[in-house]
Design a protein around this ligand. Structure first.
Ligand SMILES: Nc1ncnc2c1ncn2[C@@H]1O[C@H](COP(=O)(O)OP(=O)(O)OP(=O)(O)O)[C@@H](O)[C@H]1O
Ligand SMILES: [Mg+2]
Length: 252
């Protein structure tokens, strides 16, 4: 497998809710180490698409390939294996409130990867250290800041050794002074070559991390290209970033 072999490919994903078409045939092909960023107006289908890619929401139709092998997402066994390899980070962290940071990370290692307690704790410690939380392992989510909670969620996803990480607005629920620490972790992941698809309104991430931007509107990708190609006057993507810019005061 080379850098140019798609690690994840989805084709013609459709999804309707209550008869309303929300995704109208979305495609995405992701090479190893590539980062694709979804942008676009609220309600355009970014979260639905990410959740369909992770099969948290079952798409109405669509084809999936992982490392070029077709995945039958309607087969329980294949779906179970597929979902272990495609990690997901949510805007609101989705941690278990009754478990410590450590136990949030070890849970899937023990239940899904069948690791014993010691091996799971060792692995969890490595991941929690990577995101700068070695001294917070015994704390519960209620005792952590938003940025720390999101870093636990990232450690939990990474502990499963995903081939691809899907991130849905990972910094949107955070106070501005806490976004930096999560952005740093994401930048670090990018440096290490993690393959990612991320919906974000963070201009600095869009501009500097995206190999490709996908502008989604009304359930379809209406623009797709590199930041250099798309972030030029007259494109929808540039217009969208200009709007974000005027809200945040950030430069692009
Ligand atoms: N479970 C659901 N039931 C019914 N409609 C839904 C459901 N989930 C999403 N939708 C609808 O699908 C459309 C797309 O929503 P989605 O959350 O995917 O958009 P988005 O691009 O992520 O928006 P935002 O930028 O606000 O996060 C919206 O009109 C939303 O109301
Ligand atoms: Mg969304």
């Amino acid at each position: 497998m080379t850098r140019n072999t798609p690690i994840l490919r989805v084709e013609n994903i459709t999804k309707s809710f209550g008869g309303n078409p929300i995704l109208k045939g979305v495609n995405l092909s992701l090479n190893k180490g590539e980062i694709k960023i979804l942008v676009g107006p609220s309600g355009g289908g970014k979260s639905t698409f990410l959740q369909c890619m992770n099969c948290l929401i079952s798409p109405d139709s669509g084809k999936f390939w992982l490392e070029e092998k077709p995945v039958d997402i309607f087969s329980k066994k294949e779906l179970y294996r597929y979902r272990q390899q495609v990690g997901m980070i949510f805007q609101d962290f989705n941690l278990f409130d009754h478990l410590t940071a450590m136990d949030n990370v070890t849970l899937a290692l023990r239940k899904v990867k069948k690791m014993d307690k010691k091996a799971a704790s060792t692995r969890a410690m490595i991941e929690l250290s990577q995101v700068g939380l070695d001294d917070k392992t015994k704390l519960y989510p209620a005792e952590l800041s938003g940025g720390q909670k999101q870093r636990v969620a990232i450690a939990r996803a990474l502990a499963m050794d995903p081939k691809v990480l899907l991130l849905d607005e990972p910094t949107s629920a955070l106070d501005p002074d806490l976004t930096g620490e999560v952005i740093d972790v994401i930048r670090n992941l990018a440096k290490k070559g993690m393959t990612m698809v991320m919906a974000t309104h963070q201009i600095s991430l869009i501009r500097t991390l995206a190999d490709e931007i996908l502008f989604m509107e009304a359930g379809t990708v209406v623009e797709q290209g590199s930041p250099k190609g798309l972030l030029v006057p007259g494109t929808r993507s540039q217009g969208f970033c200009d709007k974000l810019n005027s809200l945040s005061g950030e430069g692009i």
